[in-house]
Write a protein that binds this ligand. Structure first.
Ligand code: OGA
Ligand code: MN
Length: 291
C-alpha cells in the first residue's frame, strides 16, 4: 500500500487512503502523513477501526500527547481522564443514553461553538485525532474552518493591525457563554487565562493564519469590549462557507486536524435517542505562542 490523497476543498482538507492505522504505519508513511497535515490541515481516513492503544500508538508518532489528568477530570468532565484518550460520549458507564439536560452534556455542548482545542492552555494542542466509534445515523457532523485560508483574504490593513496582537484565552469565558454557573470557582482556578498570538505561522511552510475561537476572550492592551468585538469579527470572517468543510461521520472514520490553524465545531444530533461515541487523542504543541 502507499499513501494517496484527494483534496476535500480547493484550499484545505484531504481524504487519505493507503494506510491501515490499526496494523501500524511505516516511518516513510508517517512522514508523508505529517507533510499532508502541514499542507492540508484536516486529514480524513475512512474505514479505520482501532483500539485505544492503536490510536495512542499512531498519535505518538506525531509528538507527545497531552495528558492533564487532574484538569480533565474536574474541569473538562472527561470519562477517559487519567489516560491520553478524551472520550466524547453521550453514553454512561452502563451504555445508557445521558439525557441532553444532564450537566455533563450541557458542559460538552461547548464543543458546538467554533473553537480550537486547548487554546486555553499555555501550550495549546497541535493536532487532535478523533476516532468515530459509534456515530449517529444523521447529524453530529464536525465542521472545520481554515483560518489559514481566511487569512489570505483578510484586508491588508487588518493584517497589519493584528500582526502582533495577543489574545487572552480563558476556558471560564467560553464556558460562561453556555451558562455562567457551569464552572465552580475552584474549576476556574484550575484553568487561569493564558496569552496566545492572534496571528501564527506554520513552522514548516511559513503560511500564516488567524488564531481565535471561542476560548479567546479579549485582546491584551485593548478595551475589553473592543478586543472582544475584533475577535468576533475575525472568527466570523474565518467561518464563512468558502473556508469551511463539513465532515459527515461514517462508523470507523478517523479524522485529524491542525489546531494551530483551524477552528472546528461539533453539530447537534438527536441526543435523546442516538449514541455518539468519539475517542480523541491530542498532540501537544511545541511551546507557548506568546509571552
Ligand atoms: C473535539 C471536538 C467535536 C465533535 O473532539 O475536540 O470538538 O464533533 N469535537 O465531536
Ligand atoms: Mn474540540
Amino acid at each position: 500500500m502507499s499513501v494517496t490523497f484527494r483534496q476535500l476543498t480547493t484550499s484545505f482538507g484531504a481524504e487519505v487512503s493507503g494506510v491501515d492505522i490499526a496494523v501500524g504505519v511505516s516511518d516513510a508513511d508517517i512522514s508523508r502523513i505529517v507533510a499532508l497535515f502541514n499542507a492540508y490541515s484536516v486529514l480524513v481516513f475512512r474505514g479505520q477501526p482501532m483500539t485505544d492503544a492503536q490510536q495512542i500508538r499512531f498519535s505518538q508518532r506525531f509528538a507527545e500527547l497531552g495528558d492533564f489528568p487532574g484538569l480533565e477530570k474536574t474541569v473538562v468532565q472527561n470519562p477517559g481522564a487519567g489516560t491520553p484518550i478524551a472520550v466524547l460520549s453521550n453514553l454512561d458507564q452502563h451504555g445508557a443514553i445521558i439525557l441532553p439536560t444532564d450537566e455533563r452534556m450541557v458542559f460538552n455542548s461547548g464543543n458546538e461553538m467554533w473553537h480550537t482545542d486547548s487554546s486555553f492552555k499555555r501550550v495549546p494542542a497541535t493536532a487532535s485525532m478523533l476516532s468515530g466509534r459509534d456515530v449517529p445515523p444523521s447529524g453530529g457532523d464536525t465542521q472545520f474552518a481554515s483560518q489559514r485560508a481566511a487569512y489570505v483574504d483578510l484586508d491588508e490593513e487588518l493584517k497589519r493591525r493584528i500582526a502582533d496582537y495577543v489574545a487572552i484565552h480563558d476556558f471560564a469565558y467560553s464556558r460562561s457563554l453556555i451558562d455562567p454557573s457551569v464552572m465552580t470557582e475552584e474549576q476556574k482556578r484550575e484553568t487561569p487565562p493564558v496569552p496566545q498570538a492572534v496571528v501564527r505561522a506554520n513552522p514548516v511552510n511559513g503560511r500564516k493564519n488567524i488564531y481565535t475561537g471561542a476560548h479567546a476572550s479579549h485582546i491584551r492592551g485593548l478595551p475589553l469590549e473592543e478586543g472582544r468585538a475584533l475577535i468576533g469579527r475575525l472568527t466570523r470572517f474565518s467561518v464563512q462557507a468558502a473556508y469551511t468543510h463539513t465532515h459527515q461521520w461514517q462508523p470507523q472514520d478517523f479524522v485529524i486536524w491542525d489546531n494551530r490553524c483551524c477552528l472546528h465545531r461539533g453539530r447537534p444530533w438527536d441526543k435523546a435517542t442516538s449514541a455518539r461515541v468519539m475517542h480523541r487523542t491530542t498532540v501537544t504543541g511545541i511551546g507557548p505562542t506568546a509571552e
